[in-house]
Design a protein around this ligand. Structure first.
Ligand code: AMP
Length: 212
């Protein structure tokens, strides 16, 4: 089954995608990760996306849709999880067309529900390994050695767009452009709401009970 993990920044989409990938042999398609990778490699796509990502603004729809189209093209039948896409109604409409032309479909759209105060705590304290992408939190999941990844020894840093002023811009973009995508999927009848608070493993159990 193909899934969409939907929720505001900090809702745990990346963490839950990682669980699904490791336990179900699914492919994670995180548009945020793809942009960060392209930016670190300084590809044409990365250069185009950088000004938007660094400012916490949404990358233009046509750029994101083109990138997702290329990834879907190379899937070879593997089930996938969309993490961070679609983030606007035009993206959701474009996705429907991209899937239809490949005879693919989405089984469930999972809305991760987390209160705004909790999102802010999660985002301001979040730290990321620059090498393997492991996610830490200064309070709830600190690294054993400051600034060094427990998993691979890489450097652990704060994402530029996890600084407080940029977080505000990202949450505003969510309210204005992304929240309406919820109604889009409520109408299709594929969506389920999952409580995204508490331990990540518990959230994962809730997701699992929804997808069987
Ligand atoms: P994320 O890691 O999902 O929080 O995404 C980080 C940043 O990448 C966002 O703040 C946007 O600038 C950009 N981005 C990721 N996915 C999308 C998307 N579907 N549409 C537009 N911009 C996106």
């Amino acid at each position: 089954m193909n899934l969409i993990l939907f929720g505001p920044p900090g809702a745990g989409k990346g963490t839950q995608s990682a669980f699904l990938v490791s336990r179900n042999n699914m492919r994670q398609i995180s548009t945020g990760d793809l942009f960060r990778e392209a930016m670190s490699k300084q590809t044409a796509l990365g250069k185009r996306a950088k000004e938007f990502v660094d400012a916490g603004k949404l990358v233009p729809d046509e750029v994101v849709i083109g990138m997702v189209d290329e990834v879907l093209e190379k899937l070879n039948g593997q089930s996938f999880i969309l993490d961070g896409f679609p983030r606007t109604v035009p993206q959701a409409e474009a996705l429907a067309a991209l899937l239809q032309k490949r005879n693919l479909s989405i089984g469930r759209v999972i809305f991760l529900e987390v209160p705004r105060s909790e999102l802010l705590k999660r985002l301001t304290g979040r730290r990321i390994c620059t090498k393997c992408g492991s996610v830490y939190h200064v309070e709830s999941k600190p690294t054993k050695t400051a600034g060094i990844c427990d998993a691979c020894g890489g450097e652990v840093v704060q994402r530029k767009d996890d600084k407080e002023d940029v977080i505000q811009t990202r949450l505003e973009a969510y309210d204005k452009s992304t929240a309406p995508v919820k109604d889009f999927y409520k109408k299709t009848g594929q969506s389920v709401e999952v409580d995204g608070t508490g331990e990540a493993e518990d959230v994962f159990s809730r997701i699992r009970s929804q997808i069987g």
